[in-house]
Design a binder for this molecule. Structure first.
Ligand SMILES: NC(=O)c1ccc[n+]([C@@H]2O[C@H](COP(=O)([O-])OP(=O)(O)OC[C@H]3O[C@@H](n4cnc5c(N)ncnc54)[C@H](O)[C@@H]3O)[C@@H](O)[C@H]2O)c1
Length: 281
């Protein structure tokens, strides 16, 4: 398949390199020229184990291209992944300006029917806004179906997570788009969970909230163990044997940080999706 990935950040680069490795023809677009120049010469702007090897290999095989030119990226492609940033605003809500700009650009440049698949973490209702932006600006004879496909990778094990993830979530009400997405991911042999768009968007936030809770919980237990003379490793093993709890607890640490958990666990992010659309974008 011909695939375009918008955003050469953590998620976009891993997605691009891994989809190229699966045999898809991938074009990755970013607005930062220095980043694209660096990537075109085979160097990764981020360190992620295994990423640079995949980038070099697939650039050499011409399975993977980098560009800043939206005409090259969007005019002839089957699936567009949106993997641009959704940083936290000062008030805790998600800043969707990069998402809105990307949706506009896609609408302006597509020349064939396309699936637009959102990997960026976006508040519930955002994919409907993306659909609205594209529908109101694209050529009327073309069809663009927006699908929610949240990303669950962890920095540091992102390539392994791509090829051996626990599940792939596809949110759409369009059976044809769902089938095409399933076909794209088929070689990975990862369980695919198909659902509606809003549930898919919510699954990402609920997953991050639950994982953050587990980290906070085990850290709190560590603190208590230290005070009462118990061993947290033994306690974690002991509680994990209960099937309702499960054995996969994170190790005790200094709390959660990462680029996702702090911003994705504020309630404002989840509730404010629909109020976040500024017609000026
Ligand atoms: N990093 C993670 O571990 C992780 C995991 C899961 C989900 N996510 C989510 O995925 C999304 C991307 O995260 P990231 O860490 O890759 O972000 P990032 O900031 O590393 O990269 C975003 C990239 O998008 C580019 N961009 C901005 N506007 C653009 C446009 N109009 N066209 C093309 N490119 C554009 C930026 O220049 C940047 O290179 C976010 O919503 C994030 O919450 C991240």
């Amino acid at each position: 398949m011909k695939v375009t990935v918008a955003g050469a950040g953590y998620v976009g680069l891993v997605t691009s390199a891994c989809l190229a490795e699966l045999g898809h023809q991938v074009t990755c677009i970013d607005v930062q020229k220095e980043k694209i120049d660096m990537l075109q010469s085979g160097h990764s702007p981020i360190y992620e184990p295994g990423l640079e090897v995949l980038l070099e290999k697939n650039l050499r095989k011409k399975q993977l291209h980098f560009t800043t030119n939206p005409q090259d990226a969007y005019s002839e492609t089957d699936i567009i992944f949106i993997a641009v940033g959704t940083p936290e605003k000062e008030d805790g809500s998600a800043d969707l300006k990069y998402i809105h700009v990307t949706a506009h650009t896609i609408a302006n440049y597509i020349e064939q029917d396309v699936i637009v698949c959102t990997k960026s973490t976006v508040p519930v209702g955002t994919n409907e806004i993306i659909q609205h932006i594209i529908d109101s600006r694209k050529p009327p004879n073309l069809k663009a179906v927006v699908v929610a496909n949240p990303e669950f990778l962890s920095e540091g094990s992102a390539i392994i997570d791509f090829f051996h993830g626990d599940r792939i979530v596809i949110g759409t009400n369009d059976p044809k788009a769902a089938a095409e997405m399933e076909h794209l991911y088929l070689p990975l042999q990862i369980p695919i969970f198909k659902t509606d768009i809003r549930s898919a968007e919510m699954i990402k936030y609920a997953s991050d909230a639950f994982l953050a809770t587990k980290i906070s919980f085990i850290n709190e237990m560590t603190f208590i163990c230290e005070n009462v003379g118990a061993n947290i490793e033994e306690v974690a093993y002991g509680i994990g044997q209960d099937k309702r709890i499960g054995p996969h607890f994170p190790k005790a640490g200094i709390g959660f940080s990462s680029s996702c958990f702090p911003k994705d666990t504020t309630r404002k992010v989840i509730w404010r999706g629909e109020k976040n659309y500024d017609e000026n974008y």
